[in-house]
Design a protein around this ligand. Structure first.
Ligand SMILES: Cc1ncc(C[n+]2csc(CCOP(=O)(O)OP(=O)(O)O)c2C)c(N)n1
Ligand SMILES: [Mg+2]
Length: 393
């Protein structure tokens, strides 16, 4: 068991969940023990049904063959969308793209654990979570094309806008979660961030606040092993999930390439939050298969062998192996999905190419709710600059 729990807390609310506290109150390995990983599906596609995993297995016992095919479909379509976006950047249609390649299981597993009334605070790479929330993928591309500052209404799907300022969204999530608790609602909040972000002051402040206010928030750290060109060893001397113990809440490391384990662990953490047991840190151990963004060249700082080793743990391939071996999906299913992927790719390409350019002066809108003298001055300056071309200067 990977959970490193702290003293049991008085629940914020007592009712509303069916499960016993189980995993949340278990004490585990000392700091010196090897880090453990919650895994329910091996890279070869075999189910891991050990006594050690019993607690988490109980969180996915309702998952049917149809649900598994659904998770597979989510991952395949997300990867296809992501690949299209990378190509569109290379064709000059997007200014930049941050690929999620390799992180599909972490995002789909955690994203499918959420209820509609839960609230998500993403980074800039959570395309799979956006998919689970029902944000149309084409809406994710506007900001990367430079035609808008976001592209969706956060309250439409309880999915906040992408956040580029590393780690800042963990504080937003904590504040939001404190509000949820004050409202007496039993929804939960989830904040996504990366291994690099874990070094930010904001993230550590969010841990402190959420712990002492017992906020119903799940911190979902995708440890994809790199923060641009910095490896995780440069962020921490202990496994990241163990940081939680120092703040007084449980931390768990899950195989981030195992969609079933990510689903189980996130459901478990969300239910802790709903029961009023406060925050949880999930470290999804995964790998960024691509570049940091399309502006990055990872061959400058990491070896091909490392990527190859992770390729053998591919999240999509392992679920495919399981579906085939168990007979839970047939060739017709995979062929149908391929067709659906093609259609999605076409729709994404067409949507991007037909996005209207914004009015040049629109950049000055929505900076302050009530306007600002400095913005007015800058707007006038820019208008004069543009006019200077018309006059032929
Ligand atoms: C406050 C802040 N500092 C620096 C940056 C530049 N920056 C952009 S992404 C990044 C690395 C983030 O790494 P990680 O948290 O591991 O997330 P990943 O990109 O791997 O998903 C940095 C340093 C930034 N956007 N914001
Ligand atoms: Mg990272």
């Amino acid at each position: 068991m990977t959970v490193e729990s702290t003293a049991a807390r008085k629940p914020r609310r007592s009712s509303g969940t069916k499960r016993a506290a189980g995993a949340s109150t278990r004490k585990t390995a000392a700091q010196s023990a090897e880090p453990q990983l919650v895994q329910l599906l091996t890279p070869e596609g075999d189910r891991v049904e050990t006594a050690e995993n019993a607690e988490f297995l109980s969180y996915v016992e309702d998952i049917t063959a149809e649900d598994l095919r659904g998770l597979y479909r989510d991952m395949v379509l997300t990867r296809r969308f992501d690949g299209e976006a990378t190509s569109l950047q290379r064709q000059g249609e997007l200014g930049l793209w941050a690929s999620l390649l390799g992180q599909e299981a972490a995002q789909i597993g955690s994203g499918r654990a959420l209820r509609d009334d839960d609230y998500v605070f993403p980074t800039y790479r959570e395309h799979g979570v956006a998919w689970c929330r029902g944000v149309d993928p084409t809406n994710l591309l506007g900001m990367f094309r430079g035609v808008n500052h976001g592209g969706w209404d956060p309250n439409g799907n309880n999915f906040h806008l992408y956040t580029i300022v590393i780690g800042s969204q963990t504080l937003h999530a904590t504040g939001y979660a404190m509000g949820v608790a004050k409202d007496g609602a039993d929804s939960a909040v989830i904040a996504y961030f990366g291994d690099g972000a874990s070094s930010q002051g904001d993230v550590n402040e969010a841990f402190t606040f959420s712990a002492v206010y017992n906020a119903p928030v799940v911190f979902f750290c995708q440890n994809n092993q790199w923060a641009i060109s910095e490896p995780t060893e440069r962020q921490t001397r202990v496994p990241l999930y163990r940081r939680a113990a120092g703040f007084g809440f449980p931390g768990v490391r899950v195989d981030g390439n195992d969609v079933l384990a990510c689903l189980a662990v996130t459901r478990w953490a969300l239910e802790r939050a709903r029961r009023g047991e406060g925050p949880t840190l999930i470290e999804a151990f995964t790998y960024r298969m691509g570049a940091h963004t399309t502006s990055d060249d990872p061959t400058r700082y990491r070896r091909d062998e490392e990527r190859a080793a992770w390729e053998a743990k591919d999240p999509i391939e392992r679920l495919k192996a399981h579906l085939l071996a168990s007979g839970e999906a047939d060739e017709a299913f995979f062929a149908g999905l391929e067709e659906e992927s093609e259609k999605l790719g076409k729709r994404v390409r067409e949507a991007v190419r037909s996005m209207p350019d914004p009015d040049t002066m629109a950049i000055f809108e929505n900076v302050y709710a009530d306007g600002h003298a400095l913005v007015d001055e800058e707007r006038a300056q820019f208008a004069a600059y543009l006019a200077s071309f018309e006059e032929g200067h």
